[in-house]
Design a protein. Sequence first.
Length: 390
Amino acid sequence: MQDKEFLMIPGPTPVPQSVLLDMAKHPMGHRSSEFSSLLSEVYNDLKWAFQTKNEVFVYTASGTGAMEAAISNVVNKGDKVLSLVIGNFGERWAKIAASVGAEVEKIQVDPGQAINPAVLSKRLKEDVNKEIKVVTMTHNETSTGVTNDVQTLCAMVQEHGALSIVDGITSVGCMPVKADEWGIDILISGSQKGFMIPPGLSFLTCSEKAMKAYEQCEHPSFYFDFKAYKKAVNDNSTPYTPAVNLFVALHTALQMMKKEGLENIYARHARNAKAVRAAMRAMNMPLFVEDDEIASKAITAVLPPEGITVPQIRSTMKKDFDIVIANGQGKLVDKIFRMGHMGFVSDRDVLSAISSLEATMYKLGHKFEVGAGTAAAIKVLNEAKQKALV
Ligand SMILES: Cc1ncc(COP(=O)(O)O)c(C=O)c1O
């Protein structure tokens, strides 16, 4: 059957029909008053999503564009950047910082682990001459399914005096992130994740301290220049021709998000992650991240059981059920598969993905009690709903 594909990958994520229909309209003129009033609402709603009183800049670029924007506006050649690396996306910060000539040091852990705050605290205390200018980190490491304790890590960076730069690409709109309250200096995100729209836009908010660092930056990026985007937000405009239809999509998606409410959005992600994890355990499918405390609420990484391969699981899910699940990345290719449950994903989607995975594993000869995964997920979802009613 055609037109039934369902993306259970960690982005792009499924897009609501109302968003798709609004996107399908003729493009607006990007200097029209109609577009300007849409921008005014979008810019305000983004502050709500990022939990900040500061402007949120919107770049017509994928998430990596906002990463480059963050580094290239505050880091000078020779600056010391400490990158906290727990996977591929944490490594990307280090690569971008190196590309502008920064002296990069890393605190790195094995895939599947989070940064231990005590290790960062020790390194920052050793830096008595305050040489470290910037600390980069990933909130939700999509390549491994691990979430860092960004609140604690950023508090440490703030106490030291360096700037914190946080990749919230798969956390903003999925799990609690409070830019101002947590003292995050630069927080970025992308459109194709918690924001439920297609890829192509990325977001960045920065603190007054980060703006001061920008003033000291010798060669800030031209396309991503902070000052140009700050002025644009205040003028309800954009510096260059933006992806107007994606802004229309974002406007509709943000209305939906506000209707649901941030707390409900976070609760939905948390219960879906819990349901997937309970299902995997009930199906004897080893979780890549055993520790529930650091496991992502937006994506779950799973190891294939003995004798069954990741390509077999992914291709059977696609062929028999038209459900797309992601492979591992880098060294984890074919070692894990990743189920995204972020953005426009309901309990129904999670249950159908789990039962489809059960059918897949049964077909591939995995030994487990058929139905146990779905039953475990149903219990988790029901329990969460009962609690919400109290
Ligand atoms: C945590 C994280 N950071 C950065 C990126 C890069 O974003 P993009 O592929 O939109 O450039 C991704 C994309 O999946 C991501 O999940």
